[in-house]
Design a protein around this ligand. Structure first.
Ligand code: AMP
Ligand code: GLY
Length: 426
């Protein structure tokens, strides 16, 4: 079958890479794609948020399955519009995507469904936000309610810092409309994990566990980013944890959506914190994690095309997934300056040698210019390897990265350290 993938980041490269290797798939088309994706798919230069352009593309191409990668087009209602024209779509409706598009909606639904999460309040008025922060005290977490590419969360160590962050968001300075409502919540401590599910109606199929590193710098220091690296499986996600996340988080939230008349088809991503007081939900996303998708797709042995088509056609029941027993680890190479401003258009060399050293180089923010690969975004590459242990996978990635020739890029040197510590203990 022909599959159309929407998006052009590292996640979509991983999806296209896996789809291309699926027996059920004869052709992959991707919009807009990127130079790495172009090795797996026919790329069409239509932006992931150009809803009308994408609708026309679907009509022209008539794919059997459409996979929507990023959250933004889902929140804009792309999946609904495609379904209305009869296409089989993997990706939730606009109403279901509110789970990611509005943190205040997600928190309210968690409350309603009894899903464990940090205690919170939602505010639109700076004075009331300040009063709430004063009442609860620091440390405290301030979040822009709307979409902010993983950057709309401030972990405030002092009340003053929290008040300044809330004011900044509510005044529209930092995140525009996305910050016109803020969620202020209890600071949670523990280890984080990403629990992803392929969902179709009442059927919830867990993917292998994974973990990402959201902080910019080694030792999980510095500002939050979209994710600087990830690995799968996550050793802290024991079978018991997996079962608990399924029973207390995934099942009730999908049921609560259903009670509101919302049918979920797509990826449910529960970001969870394993605290001393139990497992708490940090956030929901409605798409594969980026970069978690890169190690997950590297390990998936099942035919991705078949699985996603079954979900899109509401016949996921009975489908199971097979995984490579090995561990996979992905290190993100970013542009210097990310997550703030950075210079684009710098030539990146040595990619073939990085790949020849035994990795898969997933492209995220790259572009082609005069026959060269150049940086074109904050997160640029996701270099991924498999190994019998997380440590072996990590060694393979860092060894291969010695071949990368790009002065303006940087990457963390400790991706996977928590998992490796656990490996060494056991
Ligand atoms: P979110 O987009 O809500 O997942 O937040 C991004 C990141 O901020 C999470 O992955 C955590 O690392 C951190 N974070 C979010 N909420 C909290 C919280 N309540 N307590 C501690 N850290 C948090
Ligand atoms: N890596 C975190 C996310 O995809 O939201």
């Amino acid at each position: 079958m022909k599959v159309l993938v929407i998006g052009g980041g590292g996640r979509e490269h991983a999806l296209c890479w896996k789809l291309k290797r699926s027996n059920s798939v004869s052709e992959v088309v991707c919009a807009p794609g990127n130079p790495g994706i172009a090795k797996e798919a026919r790329c069409i230069n239509i932006g992931a948020e150009d809803i009308d352009g994408l609708l026309q593309l679907a009509r022209d191409e008539q794919p059997k399955l459409i996979v929507v990668g990023p959250e933004a087009p889902l929140v804009l209602g792309l999946a609904d519009k495609l379904r209305a024209e009869g296409f089989a779509v993997y990706g939730p409706s606009q109403a279901a995507a509110e789970l990611e598009g509005s943190k205040s909606f997600a928190k309210a639904l968690m409350d309603e469904a009894g899903v464990p999460t940090a205690s919170f309040a939602t505010h639109t008025d700076p004075k009331q936000a300040e009063a709430y922060i004063r009442k609860v005290g620091a440390p405290i977490v301030v979040k822009a309610s709307g979409l902010a590419a993983g950057k709309g969360v401030i972990i405030a160590r002092t009340e003053e810092e929290a008040i300044a962050a809330a004011n900044d968001m509510l005044s529209g300075n930092s995140f525009g409309d996305a910050g016109s409502q803020v969620v202020i919540e209890e600071f949670l401590e523990g280890e984080e994990a990403s629990c992803l599910f392929i969902v179709s109606g009442d059927t919830i199929l867990p993917l292998a566990s994974s973990q990402d590193h959201k902080a910019l710098l080694d030792g999980d220091q510095g500002p939050n980013t979209g994710g600087m690296g990830a690995y799968s499986p996550a050793p802290c996600v024991t079978p018991e944890v997996e079962q608990e996340v399924f029973n207390t988080i995934a099942k009730p939230i999908i049921a609560a959506l259903k009670q509101r008349g919302i049918n979920f088809i797509g990826t449910l991503y529960a970001g969870v914190m394993l605290t001393d007081n139990g497992i708490k939900t940090l956030e929901f996303n409605v798409r594969f994690g980026d970069p978690e998708c890169q190690p997950l797709m590297s390990r998936l042995k099942s035919d991705l095309g078949e699985v996603l088509l079954a979900a899109a056609e509401s016949r996921l029941d009975g489908v199971s997934l097979e995984w490579d027993e090995r561990k996979a680890l992905c290190v993100v190479v970013s542009s210097d300056g990310y997550p703030a401003s950075f210079e684009k258009g710098q030539v990146i060399s040595g990619l073939d040698a990085v790949e020849a050293a035994g990795t898969i180089v997933f492209h995220a923010g790259t572009a082609e210019k005069d026959g060269n690969i150049v940086n074109n975004g904050g997160r640029v590459l996701g270099v991924t390897a498999l190994g019998n242990t997380v440590q072996k996978a990590q060694e393979a990635v860092y060894k291969a990265l010695e071949n990368l020739d790009w002065q303006g890029g940087f990457y963390r040197k400790d991706i996977g350290y928590r998992a490796i510590e656990r490996e060494q203990k056991s």
